[in-house]
Design a protein around this ligand. Sequence first.
Ligand SMILES: [Ca+2]
Length: 196
Amino acid sequence: MGDAFRNQPTYGDNPTARNRGQPSNHEGHYWIGSFENRPTPQSKPGKVVGDRPQGTLRSRIFLITGPSIEFLVGGGCHIDTVRVELVVADKVVRRATGKCTETMERKHWDTTSFIGNKAYVKLIDRSSGAWGHINFDDFGGDIEFCEGIWISYAYSGALTNSFFVMNLRTCDLINYTSLNVYLSIRACSSLQDFVF
Ligand SMILES: [Ca+2]
């Protein structure tokens, strides 16, 4: 939503490309920075969109599988307007922001009480003022994103065909056929048995 993340992700250490003196400290080739404007290696190094654009960006749904998730965060330091959120059951349960430097630092969140829950991460940029941007990268830890899921067979006295569609955004079962079937499905990478 909004414009702040329209040109993301950003390629390479774009702050250093404009001699900012605050290296991004990103992992790999790309990261997210709502000040930056270098979406491809071919884009001109050092270009920015600046602090003016605002917007939000949310991840796909994932399953929290353990006590810790981690990421790199940088950019602004005003948590009321620029931040990273962890959302579980429609509630914001963790928040983090930067330290008013482009250089990202590693942050850990204790997710012990959310193990087994579906969640997503939301990036917020609701500032057009100084340090009105958020940097984010290398999200990981005890999470598993939903991957393609499906069903292969059903049993209701006799082997029958069954079918369903997994909504990969919500991990929810959104359609199926057959009644009284025993379905063995793989949801969010966790093998689970469902009886309908
Ligand atoms: Ca902004």
